[in-house]
Design a protein around this ligand. Structure first.
Ligand code: KMH
Ligand code: ZN
Length: 274
């Protein structure tokens, strides 16, 4: 089976040091967490950034400072900025990281609007998705298609037919967000069976669902995303001290299942980057 690409979502936009004191906020903390995750086996860093006080931001300069810090520590790693940002941000705010110079190799492309718990709505209209895709295409940035529900896969496939999303497509199935599809084997299989054979996919799952769903993805030939953005616990009641502990756990599971871990170079080949 193809080697496993591990993405580390080291920070996210919603989780705070009150949840887990090891969530990175500063440029230096983000650099250290990215490096530790890379050394543990991650080939992709899915990146959100924060102000020093933890406020989520999509500010291009802040992203650039974090990417420079990460690349200074681990030049080979693939940095995948979020264009989802945080709930309530404008599209212009959210898109800023793709204007960095050099531009990132990948970025997320969220494929639909959804409830996001409580009163929150994560807004991604069809035209927003098209516009984000066009901006990424014109810079040669590969979108990771974030699908929180089956209808978002259908949206991506529709926009692929219309030429806005290019093949081979790479999906991330986000399971277990309140308002999205549940993190169950049935629903993961449903998602996996809904994409073209030429596509690649990774999965992430919220909280306690993270490792069971990742194990299933590894067995199915998919890839894996872990990190504080999705889950702050190493095991029940035990807060992870670093994203690297979460990555190490995936490495252990994957090796037990007979799947080796992809380097960034191998991940670029699998994802046809560049
Ligand atoms: N923070 C969420 C509202 C992405 O990175 O593209 C959106 C998110 C998805 O995290
Ligand atoms: Zn994200």
């Amino acid at each position: 089976m193809e080697k496993l690409i591990i993405t580390a979502a080291i920070c996210g936009a919603e989780v705070t040091k009150e949840h887990n004191p090891n969530i990175p906020y500063t440029v230096r903390e983000i650099g250290i967490e990215a490096e530790k995750a890379f050394l543990a086996g991650a080939s992709i860093i899915h990146l959100h950034v924060r102000e020093d006080d933890g406020t989520p931001t999509q500010d291009q300069k802040r992203f650039q400072a974090c990417v420079d810090e990460i690349k200074g520590r681990c030049p080979d790693v693939i940095v995948q900025p979020s264009t989802g940002g945080a709930i309530g941000m404008s599209n212009e705010e959210r898109l800023q990281p793709i204007f960095m110079n050099p531009h990132p190799e990948m970025a997320t492309l969220d494929c639909g609007t959804m409830n996001f718990g409580g009163d929150e709505i994560f807004i991604n209209t069809e035209n927003t998705i098209i516009n984000f895709a066009k901006e990424m295409n014109s810079r040669g940035i590969k979108p990771e298609l974030e699908c929180f529900d089956k209808g978002m896969i259908d949206m991506a496939l529709r926009l692929n037919k219309k030429g806005y999303i290019k093949e081979p497509m790479h999906f991330n199935f986000v399971l277990g967000v309140i308002g999205g599809i549940t993190a169950t084997p049935r629903d993961l299989l449903y998602m996996v069976n809904s994409i073209p054979k030429s596509s690649t996919f990774t999965i992430c799952a919220i909280g306690r669902h993270e490792f069971p769903m990742i194990t299933m993805s590894i067995a199915l030939g998919g890839h894996a995303r872990v990190g504080f953005e999705d889950n702050i616990y190493l095991s029940k009641g035990v807060l992870a001290k670093s994203n690297s502990e979460l990555v190490e756990k995936v490495v252990r599971i994957s090796k037990e299942l007979g799947r080796d871990i992809a380097s960034p170079y191998e991940a670029r080949k699998i994802l046809t980057l560049g």
